[in-house]
Design a protein. Structure first.
Lengths: 202, 221
């Protein structure tokens, strides 16, 4: 499996926010996207996910077979928003995403155990703190399988222990042959990563 | 898709949803008409089906603007769109419409017989109004989905959605009222307008979700 971008440009509201971005990622590889606010990190992730149109260049995902025909289908996207409904319980939220996204992996309860929310799975999502909401969103990455994880500030709102836990989760994903693209200001605790500096002259 | 339908139903009946608002609005509209028109029972019976249909039409527009906006605000919409290669986006929209109709519009059709009594509509007319509402209101939801998708990025798009889609719902209203009146008033026919109403629903069930899916794709930012 391979995720590559060639000479990619991104636009936001008609203005080019970045241009000439290229990278190639194979299995078990991580790309850290860094740069100041407004450098286009989130835009880049949304373009890879297929949520924004490509302005120039192209993004290609290959080796996914019939199940993951394109980059959008092969990606888990963890954006600033968690994609959970406050009126449903944590478990109901995860059960929905597992059933909807398909490719089941862990059961929602197992995934919640890993992120340390196993005991409060019955609570409505709306009752949770910021960090707990983030951990629920991380659990979504575990209930259904996608080879590529697009993470936008994944550790925002997490405490130290949860950060370490999340690093563990990411390592497990990488060692199973996954690909991670993460936009972040904070070190994620991963070794041997490629780095893409945005907003620095390109 | 079943998972999405069940989630939407759950969200629809839990606290914080607007399902009850529609029913109360419908009740309010129909209940004040007899006071405004006066106690002329024949007149009430004559305009009854039309009032029921107009009330249900306006009530079913309430809450339509939240159809995609709620999903956009919590980030679910991105994930629903990204799953496009697994579940066609138009099909996702169709499922959401169906769930919205079940929780917010179906109750309106179900209390129509009760509200029809206020308007002195004869039993045959009550049955016809309920049946036409059951068949016709899905069309309004499917048209509404297009408006909701177009205004998904607007924070106060509620009224705009109604204004955008109201002209398109006029044919549904005309044939709905014509069929319900045809059931009781000789010599007006019941079947032709009823079949046209069914055709409108089937037509918009295809066009609506496709157009809404395109609009949602275009609105991504």
């Amino acid at each position: 499996m391979r995720l590559a971008a060639e000479n990619l440009s991104g636009e936001r509201g008609g203005e080019t926010v970045f241009s000439g971005v290229s990278f190639a990622l194979g299995q078990s590889e991580t790309l850290l996207v860094t740069g100041p606010n407004g450098a286009g990190k989130s835009t880049l992730l949304r373009i890879i996910a297929g949520l924004l149109p490509v302005a120039k260049g192209h993004v290609a995902f290959s080796g996914g077979g019939e199940i993951f025909p394109d980059a959008g289908a092969a990606c888990h996207y963890l954006g600033h928003l968690n994609g959970m409904k406050p009126a449903l319980s944590i478990e109901e939220n995860l059960v929905f995403w597992r059933d909807f996204l398909g490719e089941e992996r862990l059961s929602p309860l197992e995934a919640l155990e890993i992120v340390g929310l196993g005991e409060i799975a019955h609570l409505p999502f709306g009752y949770l703190s910021t960090g707990q909401r983030r951990r629920t969103a991380i659990a979504r990455l575990l209930v259904s399988y996608r080879p590529v994880w697009l993470l936008d500030e994944p550790t925002a709102g997490l405490d130290r222990a949860s950060e370490a836990q999340f690093a563990e989760v990411m390592r497990a994903h990488l060692s199973a042959g996954g690909i991670i693209v993460a936009a972040t200001h904070l070190p994620l605790g991963l070794e041997g990563t490629q780095e893409l500096k945005m907003g620095a002259g390109n | 898709m079943l998972a999405l339908y069940l989630r939407e139903i759950r969200l629809g009946i839990r606290a914080g949803s607007g399902a009850m608002t529609g029913i109360l609005f419908f009740l309010a509209v129909v209940a004040v008409i007899p006071f405004g028109v006066g106690p002329d029972l024949n007149l009430l019976a004559r305009i009854g089906p039309a009032v029921l249909w107009i009330g249900a039409l306006l009530a079913s527009l309430l809450g339509l603007d939240r159809l995609f906006q709620a999903d956009r605000e919590d980030g679910s919409l991105d994930l629903l769109l990204m799953a496009g290669s697994r579940h066609m986006v138009a099909l996702t929209v169709f499922t959401k419409c169906l769930a919205h109709w079940t929780t917010a519009v179906l109750p309106l059709a179900l209390i129509t017989p009760l509200l029809g009594i206020f308007m002195n509509v004869p039993p045959g007319g009550l049955a016809a109004a309920t049946l036409t509402l059951l068949v016709g209101t899905p069309a309004i939801t499917f048209i509404g989905a297009v408006g909701a998708a177009l205004t998904v990025a607007l924070p106060r798009g509620g009224l705009l959605v109604s204004v955008l889609i109201l002209p398109l719902t006029i044919p549904v209203l005309i044939f709905g009222v014509a069929a319900s009146r045809g059931a009781v008033a000789e010599p007006d026919p019941f079947l032709p307008p009823f079949l046209l109403l069914s055709a409108l629903t089937l037509f918009f069930a295809v066009i609506g979700p496709l157009a809404a899916a395109l609009a949602l794709r275009g609105a991504a930012d």
